[in-house]
Design a protein around this ligand. Sequence first.
Ligand code: AKG
Ligand code: FE2
Length: 345
Amino acid sequence: MEVKKIVPFRFANNTALCLSPEFILPEEKRPCLCDVSSMHSVPIIDLKGYDECEHGLVQKISEVSQQWGMFQVINHGVSPDLCRGVLAALLEFFQLPPEERSIFFTKDHSEPVKILNYYFNGSDQKKVAMWSETFTHPWHPTEDFKHYLPTNPPQYRDVFAAYAKEAGTLMNRLLSLMSQGLGLEEGSLVRRLGANPNFYSHANYYPPCPEPELTMGLNEHNDITALTILQLNGVPGLQVEYDGKWVPVDPVPDAFVIIVADQIQVLSNGRYKSPAHRAVTNRWLSRLSLAMFYAPNDEVVIGPMEELTDEELPPIYRNYRHKEYMEEFYRQQGKRRRVKEAFEL
Ligand SMILES: O=C(O)CCC(=O)C(=O)O
Ligand SMILES: [Fe+2]
């Protein structure tokens, strides 16, 4: 029997897993883990529960996209074996010795396949590193990117491609339901998001942390894409801002967390919300999450959809090319970004 050597975790950028000062948040940015709301919880929607009444499902999705911008879905049609398989492959990847992962490490944000580490600048402009590592790459079209993906673990490429195919079907279904929830035809959002969308994934690995009160897994942010399908490994840590409070998202087995992202907030002229969310760390368990993003191509013009604006509801954002949005995103590097606010009229 092959005996696997357990290697202590190190980040791919070669930082050891210890609470060095670079991870410690300034006092005003610490997460206050006890100060969370237990009054509300993120809605859970059974996608098979409305078989008799698609209209009921459209209404529900519309309502939660307006109120929360985040919900969990069960019975979503993506095979549970593939869900488990892709997380298992990612876990093996993050547990490879750092020198094997470090071939993917780069600070060049134009690289499509890379490991990156998030940080933000504290008030004194000192960089604070997040207690996490992110592996990102495209997820569609599979034939174009498969050969860039890891060969270790050996099943990575196939399992990811199979998972991406099913997640893509779910993505289209959700976009169709959300379009109808705005009173539009089912293909409206996909059409307005334009040809050749940018499909990419972020796998986030959060090792256990000796001082969760002093660190952050992923700082407060809004997803800048159009829509996110997020899979969690069952370990709590995700929190969403609701009614001015942080609400912990309880992981539900075999569910996905769906997050409305900025481009849909803009297209819907602010009807659907792109919520602030963050990931906190914990002392005992490794967390893993996999976000599948759908984003417009650089050249697509995004702005409030004409069908949703009139004299009473004038556009609240100006039109922009998506490339401009990304330039603004990089301009705000290191800050708590407020990208869509820069396009408000
Ligand atoms: O790890 C999580 O639960 C959140 C991940 C996330 O928000 C992201 O990748 O944008
Ligand atoms: Fe996010």
